[in-house]
Design a protein around this ligand. Sequence first.
Ligand code: DC
Length: 221
Amino acid sequence: MKKLIIAIDGPSGAGKGTVARTLSEHLGYRHVDTGAMYRAVAWKATQEGLPLDNEDAVAALSRRADIVVEGGIVSIDGHDVSRTIRTPEMDKAAAAVARLPRVRETLVARQRTLGEGGGVVMEGRDIGTVVFPQADVKIYLDASEEERARRRLNDAAHTGGKAGQAAVAESIAARDRSDKTRTASPLTLAADAEYIDTTGMPIEQVVQTVLEAVQRKLLHP
Ligand code: DC
């Protein structure tokens, strides 16, 4: 059976992580969380004291870094950063790094290498538009800002957040603005993506909807 490339895009807190992970387990596909790659670069740049708007320096760092995102573990140059990249500070730092075109160029090239053979569920912001415009299945997950803030607050993997729902909502709104308005590959809905508004939908139902889209593609390639 053909091994598909499945692209899952959408804003933070829309459920991409859970859906992509569950789907990849179900299909026996590799799960690639591309946001974790931007976060890992942001972490390393911060460790090295680089200003996050210094494109030359951050791009050079991203080119030489050894980044592994596999099985829920994220590491950069041998450091396991799976937990340390999920803090409010790293939310901001990753959004800053993701604005830099030359960092994107490097990471997009790596993402293509990881996914080109198929059998991959790749989640991010530009997977269906830039990384794999020819992806077999393109899903865009969305949810209201309030719901996304609520999910982020309940996300045990996201540490360091003692802020209330209003502060989380504001931080999500700021990142949405940054991700949607940047010049380099802003978050947009691909014309051929299936748009799913997950507001009020149990996650199992979201997974089921996406699985049905995948099965349709497998039956009618
Ligand atoms: O999905 P996430 O919150 O872990 O992503 C971290 C940041 O990286 C976020 O600001 C969006 C950005 N990003 C991106 O620009 N392109 C991707 N393919 C994935 C994430």
